[in-house]
Design a protein around this ligand. Sequence first.
Ligand SMILES: [Ca+2]
Length: 470
Amino acid sequence: MTDRGTTRRGVFGALAGAAAATALPAEAAFAGSPDKGQDEKPFAATTAKGKGKRPNILFILADDLGWADLSSYGSPDIATPNLDRLAKSGVRFTQGYSAGAVCSPTRVALYTGRYPGRTPGGLPEPIGAVNDRDGIPATHPTLASLLRAKGYATALIGKWHGGFLPNFSPLRTGWDYFFGNYSGGVDYYSKYSHTGKYDLFEGETEVPNDGRYYTDVIADKAEEYVRKKHDKPWLLNLNFTSPHWPWEAPGDQKISEEITAKIKAGNAQAIFHYDGGSLDTYTKMVENLDKRIGQVLNALRQTGQEENTLVVFASDNGGERFSYNWPLTGNKGSLQEGGIRVPTILRWPARIRPGQVSHEPVVTHDWTATLLEIAGAEPSADFPLDGSSLAGYLLRGSDAPERDLFWRTRANRALRRGKWKYLRLSTSDALYDVETDPREQANLAAKHPEIVAELRAKWEEINASLLSYS
Ligand SMILES: [Ca+2]
């Protein structure tokens, strides 16, 4: 691994440069996503734009949205014009990753800026039990608490999944305002969750169900928040549950009634919906998500806040059973690329030019570090971040930070360094060049045992610093 400095940008970076030189779309050089005729330029910071007021921050998280579920990431069937437009007006990342392979570990990483395994609440896959261990403790500094200390208003609308009442809640973790669900998934109409209970709250108080489709309810709340009068910069974390199960598109009240009746009769597992769903339903769910995100983005524009609002869009893990993940293998729950590589879009018109693409690897907790730096907030010395700030890369023309990306689940281990990915799915070690082989089919472990040994040792070193699964 002596060539790390030259390989980390890798084939895509080099090809993207070549494409730019010959005036071809940079996208044509990216083997991991089809050429959709997007006229994207390789990312370059706009250093001349200078420093202005601190931005508002809108962090939108989709739930279980797969790598290629957006048109701009290669979906042949799903039309996502609003998110595609967002990407065109900012930066589309082709190697964006979630910190975890399922919901709550990624959310713990986003809020703490650290590997999920540093916190007891980051260990369950995912959080499902009501107890005093599985959640983000009030004593842990978070993205929200650190920004709030620096003068930001903070709101979380949608799915929390960072621990249940009475032990945990967003209001104890830095959020001024919360409206949404505490659990990992709710029925889109009845708002009953996999815990068997009703799960729609404002702050820590249960609120009545208005009977509307949940994605629409969340989007309306977010629009309301964007449109209200703000006397300070704000952080809005907008966590949709779409397109997570149950497989209900707008208008599927009858399916909701069937599932909810089973939950109320004691079969909470009915919400996993193993006997339902279809590609058509899934398409409608994602297209509605896109439309509702468009509604919130429109509110930003109409209120004159678009220019200086930094928007990040990502997913909390890779695609589920109806997702389109080509060319990746694996899906939610796995540390194969399909379980952790997710659409990732950044837009900040005041500081970042439109129409760009970045092939730099970036993971959930990097955004925590990045947003803290941009907002002028310092992480706590007692809770050092594992994420690396991209602010220098995005705003000042620096190289992206040099570091290894680390993942751990109970069943899998993975570490990415430059083009190399060390992966253990069960007992045997594999090595892939994920720049030329994002599908992870050519196992190069026997060809490069010394690289495997080096990456395995690094993985074990980081693992030893984390809490162990018990
Ligand atoms: Ca999820």
